[in-house]
Design a protein around this ligand. Structure first.
Ligand code: SAM
Length: 292
């Protein structure tokens, strides 16, 4: 077996060979710890029949570990300068396909149809670029891809918000948006020392397991997400205050908002952070007829 890409010595040699300079604007913090990479791959529970979609392969540190564990890897990389490097470092792995695209603009469903025919078990596994972690995760979920889940490294602070439970300081519209689609868990906290260059913030790995159906049933998804965003607009305000100031014509519809709160059994003086997904769902359904 080839020497791992993700050792400090080999990584330095690759970077020097190609005169590669990191672009901070692309969130380039590469992993140089093989144990951490193996753990990340382990959290994805892949088999030799699985497929993996990676976002941002960098010089191939994680890609290599994935290629050894599963049938096929497709990796989206935005930085053209990395393409010749990846062609070199990943040459021992014919089951890897690098796609030179911004993942936020990519038609991931089409790529899956093309690259993973006959593969039934698909996971997204990535060390995400930190400047776009939330848009990438939301896009993957909203695109309703045929995947089992997502295992990814991101800022610990964002991981805390994603997996937060009601009643905690980190619980907010991001927790709800992601827990609507998935069961979310923080599976590992990662020190800065395993990256080059070291990021300014702490990191964590989360695992999102897609639900067969969303966590709660609502009449209208867009409106449900609008209500949850409105409820957290100003964290210290009550639900009634946030909803009247944030929903369209909310001030004129104060009576209706009061009626919907009463109908769904939610005290108007509560704060958004105390409501469960179920409570948000019944509130959203009670409000919906007044905002069509
Ligand atoms: N996977 C490598 C590792 O763990 O060492 C690199 C991870 S690094 C944190 C993030 C990678 O994402 C970089 O290679 C960067 O060029 C790439 N990237 C940044 N924005 C991207 C985007 N919008 N679409 C695809 N790749 C992107």
């Amino acid at each position: 077996m080839d020497k791992d890409i993700a050792t400090p010595v080999r990584t330095r040699a690759i970077l020097e060979k190609y005169g590669f300079s990191f672009k901070k604007s692309l969130g380039q913090n590469f992993l140089i710890d093989t144990n951490i990479l193996k753990k990340i791959v382990g959290f994805a529970n892949l088999t030799e029949k699985s497929g993996a979609i990676e976002i941002g392969p960098g010089i191939g540190a994680l890609t290599e570990q994935l290629a050894r564990e599963c049938k096929k890897v497709a990796a989206f990389e935005i930085d053209q300068r990395l393409l010749p490097i990846l062609a070199d470092t990943l040459s021992p792995y014919p089951n890897v396909k690098i796609i030179h695209q911004d993942v936020l603009k990519a038609d991931v469903k089409a790529v899956i149809a093309q690259e993973f025919t006959g593969i039934e078990d698909l996971m997204v596994v990535a060390n995400l670029p930190y400047y776009v972690t939330t848009p990438i995760i939301m896009k993957l979920l909203e695109d309703k891809l045929p995947i089992r889940g997502i295992v990814c490294m991101l800022q610990k602070e964002v991981a805390d918000r994603i997996s937060a439970k009601p009643g905690t300081k980190d619980y907010g519209s991001l927790s709800i948006a992601i827990q609507y689609y998935t069961a979310a868990e923080t599976v590992m906290v990662v020190p800065k020392t395993v990256f080059v260059p070291q990021p300014n913030v702490d990191s964590a790995v989360i695992r999102l397991t897609l639900r067969e159906t969303p966590a709660v049933a609502v009449q209208n998804e867009d409106f449900f997400f609008k209500v949850t965003k409105a409820a957290f607009a100003q964290r210290r305000k009550t639900l009634l205050n946030n909803l009247t100031s944030q929903l369209p014509n909310g001030k004129q519809k104060k009576e209706e908002i009061m009626a919907a709160l009463t109908a769904s059994g939610v005290d108007p003086s509560r704060r958004g952070e105390t409501l469960s997904l179920e409570e948000f769902a019944s509130l959203s359904d009670a409000l919906y007829p007044y905002f069509q």
